[in-house]
Design a protein around this ligand. Structure first.
Ligand code: S3P
Length: 172
């Protein structure tokens, strides 16, 4: 089986994915890290020196590669399932379970306000109010993609271990 974690930036995909993979003895792949290794550049540099379209193309080819790894937990980037054919690629792949880590606009804003420097899409937003407004609109556009997941976990007020436990309950 391949477990795919989706969700907005700051929803905990990487920390939950790592913990989940340890628990069930699977490999853990973070798509952003994979892209950075492949490009030999940070995501921030890719957006700065190239552009978002270049990043999305790289994201798509990287997704096609990592999805072939069996017995893996894969944390996607926040935008991955929302572009091109990426969502149908994972939905049609055998033995893939898609898990949406669903955070509220408020909790995502709180988390991202201290973690936006390395996230080019939000790094320019100066105030918490501007961030809240941006995330509200952006999540409205992206939710229809995330909501097509097999399993949806509401993550507000849950620790990483509690999110992992909720996923395990749904899966097995
Ligand atoms: C993005 C999310 C980021 C990263 C890139 C674009 C997005 O990943 O892929 O900055 O479009 O939401 P995280 O969700 O891991 O922050």
């Amino acid at each position: 089986m391949t477990l795919i974690l989706v969700g907005y930036m700051g929803s905990g995909k990487s920390s939950v994915g790592k913990r989940m993979a340890e628990l069930i003895n699977y490999d853990f792949i973070d798509l952003d890290d994979y892209i950075e290794e492949k490009a030999e550049m940070s995501i921030k540099e890719i957006f700065k020196t190239r552009n978002e379209i270049f990043f999305r193309k790289l994201e798509h080819t990287s997704l096609k590669e990592v999805i072939e790894v069996n017995n893996a937990v894969i944390a996607l980037g926040g935008g991955t399932p929302c572009y091109g054919i990426n969502l149908s690629l994972i939905k049609n792949h055998p033995n893939c379970k898609i898990i949406y880590l669903k955070g509220s606009i408020k909790s995502l804003t709180t988390r991202l306000s201290s973690e936006k420097e390395n996230r080019p899409l939000i790094a320019h937003l100066q105030t918490e109010g501007a961030l809240l407004e941006f995330i509200g609109k952006h999540l409205f556009e992206r939710a229809p993609f995330y909501e097509q997941s097999d399993i949806i976990i509401k993550t507000d007020n849950l620790s990483v271990d509690e999110v992992v436990a909720s996923i395990v309950l749904e899966l097995f």
